[in-house]
Design a protein around this ligand. Structure first.
Ligand SMILES: [Zn+2]
Length: 299
C-alpha cells in the first residue's frame, strides 16, 4: 500500500512500521553511576579501529594502484604505529576488519589478538549491505566471521557493519549468526538492547557517532569536493569534550578510528594526546566485547 505513496501520504501504520523495525530498548547502564564500571571507574572508554585498508575503494570498483596504495598505507604503516601507541598506553582496543583485508594479510588479525585486542566482523569487502539481497548479506557476514575465527582462533562475538549501514534484514542476520553485540547505530550515548518490531532481541548495541569518528572530519577526495573540515588539533578538542561529557555522566566514550586515515604522522599524535588526557582520570578501558559482557546482565 505504501509502495507508490510519498512519505507525506503514508498512513500511520506505515510510518510507525518504519520507525519500529529496529529501535532502542532498555539503556544498559546501572542506575547508580558509582556502580557502573569495574573498579569504581568513572567512565568506560572504548577505542576502536575499522581496519578498512583497500576495501572502501575495492567495493566501489575503484581498483587503481593509486587507490590500492592509499589503502595499503593503513596496514603497512599505520597499524604498526597504532599498535605501538596502544602498547605504550596499555590500552586494549577493538579492531573491526573486513574479511578481504584479513585474507590479504594473514598476520594482521593474529597480531591484534596476541597483543590482547579484540577482533570483530566488518563485512566481507566493506560491502554496501543495504543494497544487497538478504541472502547475499547473510552469506558475506557468515563467511567473514568464519575467516576471522580461523585466523584469530576464536569466533568474533561482535559486528560493526560496513559504513554503519543497516538493511531491513541486518538485525535478523546478526541474531541468526549468534553475535552478542553490534556497534553501528546511534540511538543513545550509552549501550542499549536492540528491539526488533518492539520485541527484545538480547543483542547489545554499543552506539557509535560520526562526531567520534575520524573519517567525516579528515577524509578527502581528489576528484570530488570532499576535503578535511577540521585540523587534527581541532578534532582533539572535540574528542576531549566528548570524553569530558561521558565522564560527567559516568557513561561510555566510544571512539572509531581508521588506520589509513588517523595513522599519519600529523594525526596519530591526536590519539596519543587524547589517551594521555583520558588516563589522568579513573576510567575503565575495555574492548567492545568486554563492555558487552559487563552490561549483559542488565538485559
Ligand atoms: Zn569501515
Amino acid at each position: 500500500m505504501s509502495v507508490n505513496q510519498e512519505p507525506w501520504q503514508w498512513p500511520e501504520p506505515v510510518w510507525r512500521g518504519h520507525i519500529n523495525r529496529v529501535r532502542a530498548g532498555r539503556r544498559l547502564v546501572a542506575e547508580v553511576p558509582e556502580e557502573r564500571w569495574p573498579g569504581g571507574a568513572e567512565a568506560a572508554v572504548l577505542i576502536s579501529f575499522d581496519s578498512d585498508h583497500e576495501t572502501p575503494f575495492l567495493r566501489d570498483g575503484n581498483v587503481t594502484p593509486a587507490a590500492m596504495g592509499m589503502g595499503e598505507y593503513g596496514a603497512r604503516v599505520a597499524v604498526p604505529r597504532i599498535l605501538a601507541l596502544l602498547e605504550r598506553h596499555a590500552v586494549p582496543a577493538s579492531f573491526f576488519i573486513p574479511a578481504v583485508c584479513a585474507l590479504q594479510r594473514p598476520d594482521e588479525v593474529p597480531g591484534y589478538v596476541e597483543r590482547g585486542h579484540e577482533v570483530g566482523v566488518h563485512g566481507w569487502i566493506h560491502e554496501r549491505n543495504s543494497l544487497l539481497p538478504r541472502e547475499a548479506e547473510r552469506d558475506l557476514l557468515a563467511r567473514a566471521a568464519d575467516v576471522l575465527e580461523m585466523q584469530a582462533g576464536v569466533r568474533p562475538v561482535g559486528i560493526r557493519t560496513p559504513s554503519w549501514d543497516f538493511s531491513p534484514h541486518t538485525l535478523d542476520i546478526i541474531r541468526e549468526l549468534g553475535f552478542h553485540y553490534d556497534s553501528s547505530l546511534m540511538a543513545d550515548d550509552e549501550p542499549y538492547e536492540l528491539l526488533a518490531e518492539g520485541e527484545q532481541t538480547g543483542i547489545i548495541e554499543i552506539p557509535v557517532e560520526w562526531i567520534r569518528d575520524d573519517a567525516p572530519f579528515l577524509m578527502m577526495d581528489r576528484f570530488g569536493g570532499l576535503r578535511p573540515t577540521y585540523t587534527p588539533r581541532e578534532l582533539l578538542q572535540v574528542w576531549k569534550d566528548e570524553f569530558d561529557g561521558a565522564l560527567a555522566e559516568g557513561g561510555v566514550f566510544n571512539l572509531t578510528l581508521h588506520p589509513h586515515i588517523i595513522g599519519h604522522r600529523s594525526r596519530l599524535f591526536v590519539l596519543d594526546e587524547l589517551l594521555s588526557y583520558i588516563s589522568q582520570h579513573r576510567v575503565w578501558y575495555a574492548t567492545h566485547a568486554q563492555l558487552a559482557s559487563h552490561v549483559a546482565p542488565l538485559i
